[in-house]
Design a protein around this ligand. Structure first.
Ligand code: ADP
Ligand code: MG
Length: 256
């Protein structure tokens, strides 16, 4: 039988900023439906890799393939249509808008993406609106935001704002979700909830997740595999346990 191609394939990816080498020949695969943890000390290149995957940064060498297509041939505005969604290390929300309005923006991204396809099925504008509203409510419920749906994002605690950002990213129906330090600033209870949610998303939606995270407990709990970076290089890849015990990983964290 033919091998199943990975959803995401990164090969020999290199990114330089002047004299700084942010990524140096990094390569790994993520299979569909997998949660892949991406760890490494500050400055290792994790966010740079995410920025390449969302086409915010270019790269000097290497290749990124998503669902069998080279990423660099696609215009940036097609990213959502292609099915790559993300959250940011520093939140990127419309803080003067309500929770519901923010989540609704996510469905809008998806609608634009599928506009032609939807139009050919002649659903009518009304149906599109109803579908967007239904999906907005679905993700508000999934992220337990019902009680604050009409509040302004700016007035909510940080942990809640992070759930709003996640709801908005999910409302665009990504196939691959990039999470940049989602546990940062969360309390213990919120952290448990986040772990449950990531596992539920994989089980229920078959979502593929690339997770940048410093919180080792969360990475260990939810990841099928882990990739470790240090100074822009991949230093380990494997099961969470194997990567955690890898001598180069231990050295990288002790030297941090
Ligand atoms: P991490 O997310 O693992 O902490 P980053 O990817 O943010 O690491 O950074 C990797 C290296 O690339 C760092 O040395 C950082 O200063 C540098 N870097 C990242 N983005 C830029 C940029 N836009 N301009 C210049 N240097 C950058
Ligand atoms: Mg970072």
């Amino acid at each position: 039988a033919a091998a199943v191609a990975p959803l995401l394939r990164i090969e020999g990816l290199s990114v330089r900023f002047g004299g700084i080498v942010a990524l140096d020949g990094v390569g790994f695969d993520v299979a569909a439906g997998q949660v892949c943890g991406l760890i490494g000390p500050n400055g290792a290149g994790k966010s740079t890799l995410f920025n390449c995957l969302s086409r915010l940064y270019g790269w000097q060498a290497g290749r990124i393939e998503f669902a069998g297509r080279a990423l660099d041939t696609l215009p940036r505005h097609r990213m959502a249509a292609l099915g790559i969604g993300r959250t940011f290390q520093n939140l990127a929300l419309f803080t003067s808008m309500t929770v519901r309005e923010n989540v609704r923006v996510g469905t809008h991204t998806h609608q634009h993406a599928g506009f032609l396809r939807d139009a050919l099925r002649l659903p009518g504008v009304r149906r599109l609106e109803e579908e967007a509203e239904a999906r907005t409510e679905e993700f508000i419920a999934l992220l337990d935001l019902g009680a604050v749906a009409d509040r302004r994002v700016a007035d909510l605690p940080f942990g809640t704002q992070k759930r709003v950002e996640l709801a908005r990213a999910l409302a665009a129906r990504p196939r691959l979700l990039l999470l940049d330090e989602p546990a940062c600033g969360l309390n213990h209870e919120e952290l448990e909830g986040l772990g449950d949610l990531i596992l539920a998303l994989r089980a229920r939606l078959g979502l593929t997740v690339l997770l940048v995270e410093h919180h080792m407990g969360l990475v260990m709990r939810v990841s099928d595999k882990v990739v470790a970076l240090n100074f822009g290089r991949k230093i380990a890849e494997g099961t969470p346990e194997a990567v955690r015990r890898h001598p180069e990983v231990i050295r990288a964290y002790l030297g941090d």
